[in-house]
Design a protein around this ligand. Structure first.
Ligand code: HEM
Length: 427
């Protein structure tokens, strides 16, 4: 079959394509133009995510297209050792252990260790928006891409002054690996990625030189290492930082944009959040299910795998279609309906499942919960501009809004009827 994630219907609104693929009797379809096997059903995606023996992560961060030789000669200089998302056993369990020890990965730990950072950054960004009263603002550049980047920089102990460079490099990695850049662009992005990797190596070197006794992630990872390469090597610490700076930013930015899009595209939904901040966590869970920031993730088969009538050969790259799995009618009632009151939303696969389950899920949830709560309290009249058109960056994995143009109004809107659970359920 054909699947073009870079233009047309799938890029602007993938729901119909997900439905068509889910309805196909084949449990795995080969997308010739992408060279990827598509796995879409919830049970199959869940099983593949959990089965590291059959579905490996080794190629997860390798571009999905043939990289031009000039860009390839740059990429091969990036000698970052695989640690988490790109690692298989035995490296993965060891480096994952290191990450769990040094990064707060549960709701309680995230609140205790990062709660103050998140609230400070949210309050600062929300006050800047409030100061724009009456104006049109792009919430993507002014808020959704800003917050997660500033938070992850604080956690890693990286100076604010480097924010623009890191944003450019991180965006560049997402475009280089999962996008469709032309050869000149590939060279530019590859050079950015190499600079980014050297920057992360420098960060670690500076911490080593200064004694590494801080509370930031890099200092904690070096302390955990305790000079023992069998526990974690110095390049692995740099590689963890390299991954976290991208994973901690691009994904949560997507979650925030999808949540604001879902909330503001229906004034009643926004009003429901304004009136009842306790409803924010369920709203975020439904956003994760309905519009995942990563809606397809890569694996490579480590042996032949048979799904129904189809056998995928060993060594084949597969796209686990998380977005489709989250709309599987065998798991979710009326799956194409956005319903923050549904009770099955928590079965989504948006943070993965099994040994590679997202280490930053609790942080992402914390950021989204605090952000929506504070925005709804401070700017109850926030509304999408009438000329706003939804569009996404072309990418096979990350679904990122180009913009969310909204008007700032700190006054409570007078003309929206009080929301009830029934009125807030519009699809
Ligand atoms: C809405 C936000 C997020 C989404 C949708 C998301 C999604 C995912 C997914 C689907 C995986 C599974 C990868 C796999 O199975 O191979 C994953 C893994 C990972 N995520 Fe997230 N993520 C989010 C936020 C974050 C944040 C905030 C961080 C860190 C600051 C983070 C760090 C990681 C890391 C390090 C892994 C690799 C874990 C491993 O391989 O053991 N993510 N994420």
């Amino acid at each position: 079959m054909q699947l073009n994630p870079y233009s047309g219907a799938y890029l602007s609104d993938p729901a119909a394509t997900w439905r068509r693929i889910l309805d196909d009797p084949g449990r795995a379809l080969y997308a010739e133009d992408l060279g990827l096997w598509l796995i879409s059903r919830h049970a199959d995606v869940r099983r593949a995510l959990a089965d590291a023996t059959t579905f490996g992560n080794a190629l997860t961060l390798v571009p999905v297209y043939q990289v031009c030789p000039r860009a390839m000669s740059i990429v091969t200089q990036i000698d970052a050792p695989p640690t988490t998302a790109a690692a298989d056993p035995p490296v993965h369990p060891r480096t994952r252990r290191a990450l769990r020890a040094t990064f707060a990965n549960t709701a309680d730990r995230a609140e205790a260790e990062y709660g103050e950072i998140v609230r400070r950054r949210v309050d600062d960004l929300v006050s800047r928006l409030v100061a724009q009263q009456g104006r049109r603002v792009d919430l993507v550049s002014a808020f959704t891409t800003e917050l997660p980047l500033l938070v992850i920089l604080d956690i890693l102990g990286v100076p604010d002054g480097d924010v623009e460079e890191i944003r450019r490099w991180a965006d560049g990695q997402v475009a280089l690996v999962w996008g469709q850049p032309d050869p000149d662009e590939q060279v530019r992005l590859a050079q950015g990625l190499l600079d980014f990797w050297r920057y992360c190596q420098d960060l670690v070197r500076q911490r080593l030189d200064s004694g590494a006794d801080g509370t930031d992630f890099i200092s904690r990872a070096l302390a955990y290492r305790d000079d023992d390469d069998d526990v974690l090597t110095v390049p692995e610490v740099a590689s963890l930082a390299f991954n976290l700076l991208v994973a901690g930013h691009e994904t949560t930015a997507g979650l925030l944009a999808h949540a604001l899009d879902a909330a503001l595209s229906s004034p009643r939904r926004w009003r429901a959040l304004v009136d009842d901040p306790r409803s924010v966590p369920d709203f975020v869970t439904e956003t994760l299910r309905f519009a995942p920031a990563i809606d397809g993730w890569l694996r490579v088969t480590r042996r032949d795998v048979t799904l129904g009538e189809v056998t995928i050969p060993a060594g084949a790259r597969c796209l686990l279609m998380i977005g489709a799995a989250n709309r599987d009618p065998s798991v979710f009632d009326r799956p194409d309906r956005f319903d923050p009151h549904r009770t099955d939303a928590g079965d989504h696969l948006s943070f993965g499942h099994g040994p590679h389950f997202c280490i930053g899920a609790a942080l992402a949830r914390l950021e989204a919960d605090v952000a929506l709560t504070r925005l709804a309290a401070a700017i109850p009249g926030l509304s999408l501009s009438s000329d706003h058109r939804r569009s996404f960056a072309p990418n096979v994995s990350f679904r990122a809004h180009h913009s969310l143009v909204a008007t700032i109004d700190v006054r409570m809107p007078a003309d929206v009827p009080e929301a009830t659970p029934a009125t807030a359920q519009a699809a």
